[in-house]
Design a protein around this ligand. Structure first.
Ligand SMILES: C=C(O[C@@H]1C=C(C(=O)O)C=C[C@H]1O)C(=O)O
Length: 259
């Protein structure tokens, strides 16, 4: 069944409401993926640059798994979708089969806006230690697959800022044009920021984490108060990283909107 998680599917309407609906839908994906990752302990050897776990590959095991997974997905056409951004774009293979023609909503240079490196560093260095237990259960391949699910969901959400910016520009070009012509980042940031929306987002993701993360039993509504992922960490993820980075994507996008 089609849902509202994409504006680049054919026939989907493109306006600020549908774009915001997509962001709301993506919250579910991000929270469920965090819950899945929290099933495993940290498993730190996965992230060790010098673990030597992969013969002939210099880098961490998670780097190897993500790079190889992205190569397979590129062959199947995943990165033809402008909503998807690889973490390791260099040397990715081309699709080996015909792929859907995605509607051209964004201007072509938008492809060059890529925050993957920042997202990668934020996820492993800051976010991960906040929501997984310490320890090592040896489940490295499954843990890395789960990391990639989280990274892809967070990356899609942040890069979605391109669509948010495009729709905001189309809805009021006269408001944005002077700031774009002046290349005024601060003015653009002010124009595209809606503090009330951001407050709502933080509260909603915290509540979703509370609802999605508790055990459901048939006797009572919830068996325990313990959540699979701390709701305050999810709220912090949005407050400190996801929303600021989405806004940075929006600013970068708008700066070049009139090129
Ligand atoms: C995404 C939007 O732009 C900004 C970024 C937000 C976010 O990342 O959730 C929320 C509100 C705005 O300040 C929006 O207006 O919906």
């Amino acid at each position: 069944m089609a849902d509202s998680s994409s504006v680049s599917g054919s026939g989907n309407a493109f306006n600020l409401d549908t774009v915001r609906d997509s962001l709301i839908r993506q919250e579910d994906t991000i929270i469920f993926n965090l819950i899945e990752r929290a099933r495993f302990p940290l498993n730190s050897p996965l992230y060790d640059q010098n673990s030597g776990l992969v013969p002939g590959f210099s880098g961490s095991l998670v780097h190897f798994i993500v790079k190889e997974t992205e190569a397979v997905q590129a062959k199947a056409g995943r990165y033809e979708n402008p909503e998807e951004n690889p973490f390791f774009p260099d040397g990715l293979p081309s699709p080996i089969m015909p792929t859907t023609k995605y509607p051209k909503i964004l201007y072509p240079a938008a492809v060059s806006i890529n925050m993957s490196k920042t997202i990668w560093d934020m996820y492993f260095n800051q976010l991960l230690p906040l929501f997984v237990d310490k320890g090592d259960d040896g489940n490295y391949a499954s843990t890395a697959a789960s990391d990639l699910d989280c990274l892809q969901a967070i990356s899609r959400r942040i890069h979605y800022g391109k669509y948010v910016a495009e729709v905001k520009f189309r809805e009021s070009p006269k408001e944005y044009e002077p700031a774009i012509l002046a290349q005024d980042k601060n003015a653009l940031m002010k124009l595209l920021t809606f503090e009330k929306v951001e407050e709502m987002v933080k509260k909603r993701v915290e509540k979703k984490a509370l609802v999605f993360g508790r055990e459901v039993s048939l006797d009572t509504n919830f068996t325990s108060e313990k959540c699979k992922v701390d709701p305050s960490v999810v709220s912090r993820l949005y407050d400190e990283w996801i929303m600021p980075l989405t806004k940075q994507v929006q600013v970068q996008y708008l700066l070049r909107r009139l090129d």
